[in-house]
Design a protein around this ligand. Structure first.
Ligand SMILES: Nc1ncnc2c1ncn2[C@@H]1O[C@H](COP(=O)(O)OP(=O)(O)OP(=O)(O)O)[C@@H](O)[C@H]1O
Ligand SMILES: [Mg+2]
Length: 526
């Protein structure tokens, strides 16, 4: 069980949470939902103790352990898989490293020996000698084969990374498991697997997700973050949606009745207050009028951004020709003699057996990586802009959003940049936040703003819907559908691929398939 008592958190003027009181009980799975930037990740960090609330506290039962899978799935790139899992127990991992460092010393002193002995003792207490085998068992259960256990995280596909991070969170069997958007990088098969896993998990789970289907499958409760409050509803996502809509409707009807009554009373008072014989009645009605209070109906914080990509110039006839492209990364042949041609009507969805293939191809097309061999010929009229799968590197800065985006704008005028940000839901003070504190979805909105400002006529997207809330996904889908230029993209969002792509390029291990038509047509053909 974990309990938030009177939790309040403010960032400057913005109140993220105001006096939040909730208890999360054993055996339940809570879906934490809310718009991008509502405070879901922050709330999980408050529960885990990473962030101190301005007021209030978080308590857990004695001896209980909590662990967390964070929203950023690229945070452990330079560690080996097995180490990433063992890091789930921070103390154990630290002791293991200190110990190894001492033994690696060429001038091992007596003092070092004593220190090492102390560390060995604690290491044994923490069951350190079994750590690697425990971690390996967890990984095997999650379908990560032994030949991957000593690879670096950066060598794995994103869907495998999530599994390793999940193994990290599960290492040592936590009593409270916090998961921040675990399905973001998972394919359908792995999502099904995670659903089954969470349904069977016996302790407390709190999971953040924008995926309705997933929430319906796993949640026993929904915790909705809106207006600085968190409200718990029992039932799954659909049940929450229905009941919150119903409550809103009832509130509106009740308000309508009260408004009618107010009007009637006001009319009576206006008509008769000057009339001596009726003035007593008028006064009593005035009192009744004062007592009627309308329920305050706040519109939800859920809003649609406006996404519209406008090319500065029309693409010419020659767009892109890729010939015999090869790339080997960390000893593995990722691109093996790939060739294809893109024309100006194309909106191409790329599929691949290994998703790192698409990412490598896009990185090369975006000029972020060199191929080992092969040719890329761009048409002279073509200008490109790129949405990377992991965009964290763009936000490693102390700049505020306005200055950050101004760096990508041909027109540096502040009013211009600000009006642009306004439609992407950063208005007023919000636009002056530092980019390194932004939420997952807010970062994506910034990358999309940068792409819109580029005026490019060829857009490349690598998994753009990750992190976005429903409203933003809808807006992005519309923006991509009505774009007049060329799009090359990869997405696990079926609806997006189905409604945007008019061509499929499927990069299989042994061949490359190019087919005109929609995604569903392609799938039905297979
Ligand atoms: N240090 C900070 N200073 C100011 N604002 C901050 C700071 N840290 C976070 N924020 C803001 O707090 C809000 C909540 O962020 P959080 O990451 O919790 O959102 P979220 O609900 O997880 O959103 P998403 O669905 O996009 O992941 C965001 O608007 C973010 O910009
Ligand atoms: Mg978040």
């Amino acid at each position: 069980m974990i309990n938030a008592i009177g939790v309040t958190l403010r960032y400057g003027k913005r109140v993220l949470f105001e006096d939040v009181n909730i208890k999360f009980s054993k055996g339940n799975c809570y879906g934490l939902i809310g718009a991008n930037g509502a405070g879901k990740s922050t709330f999980l960090k408050i529960l885990s103790g990473e962030i101190e609330p301005s007021k209030g506290e978080v308590t857990m039962d004695k001896g209980e352990r909590l662990s967390m899978l964070k929203q950023d799935h690229f945070a452990y790139e330079e560690f080996t898989v097995i180490d990433a899992v063992i890091m789930g127990n921070e103390e154990l991992y630290r002791i293991k490293n200190e110990k190894d460092a001492i033994y690696a010393k060429p001038d091992f002193s007596e003092e070092d020996g004593m220190k090492a002995a102390k560390l060995e003792e604690r290491f044994a207490e923490l069951d350190g000698w079994n750590a690697e085998s425990d971690a390996a068992i967890l990984l095997n259960n999650l379908g990560i084969e032994p030949d991957k256990h000593y690879k670096f995280m950066k060598e794995l596909e994103a869907k495998e990374k999530v599994k390793v991070l999940l193994a990290q969170a599960l290492f040592g069997n936590p009593d409270v498991l916090l998961l921040d958007e675990p399905t973001n990088d998972l394919d359908i098969k792995s999502i099904n697997w995670l659903q089954e896993f969470l349904i069977d998990f016996e302790n407390t789970v709190i999971v953040v997700s924008h995926d309705r289907y997933f929430l319906n499958k796993v949640c026993t409760h929904i915790a909705d973050v809106d207006f600085g409050k968190i409200k718990i509803y029992s039932g799954n996502y659909d049940f929450w949606y229905e009941s919150s809509q119903l409550a809103l409707k009832q509130m509106k009807e009740a308000n309508k009745k009260k408004e009618d009554k107010i009007k009637e009373l006001q009319e009576f008072i206006a008509r008769f207050s000057a009339n001596a014989s009726k003035s007593k009645q008028a006064t009593s009605r005035k009192k009744t009028l004062e007592k009627i209070e309308l329920d305050e109906i706040k519109p939800s914080n859920r809003k649609y951004p406006y996404i519209d990509f406008k090319p500065d110039r029309e693409p010419g006839k020659e767009v892109l020709e890729v010939k015999n492209l090869c790339k080997t990364i960390d000893g593995e042949k990722i691109l093996d003699n790939i060739s294809f041609t893109i024309t100006r009507e194309d909106k191409v969805a790329f599929l691949a057996d290994n998703e790192n293939v698409r990412t490598a191809l896009f990185q090369i097309l975006a000029g972020e990586m060199e191929p080992d061999s092969g040719e890329i010929n761009w048409g002279t009229t073509i200008t490109t802009t790129y949405f990377p799968k992991d965009s964290n590197y763009l936000f490693d800065s102390n700049m505020n959003i306005v200055d950050w985006l101004r760096g990508y704008s041909k027109d540096p005028d502040e009013t211009f940049v600000r009006s642009f940000l306004g439609r992407m839901l950063f208005s007023g003070e919000e636009a002056l936040k530092k980019v390194n504190v932004l939420s997952g979805g807010e970062k994506v909105r910034c990358v999309l703003s940068k792409m819109m400002l580029s005026g490019a006529n060829l857009l490349i997207f690598d998994e753009p819907t990750n992190h976005l809330d429903m409203e933003a996904i809808t807006a992005l889908n519309e923006g991509m559908s009505k774009f007049k230029g060329i799009i090359l993209f990869a997405s696990h969002d079926h609806q997006l691929v189905q409604t945007v792509a008019n061509k499929i390029i499927d990069i299989k291990d042994d061949k490359l398939i190019v087919k005109e038509g929609t995604y569903d047509e392609y799938l039905n053909m297979e």
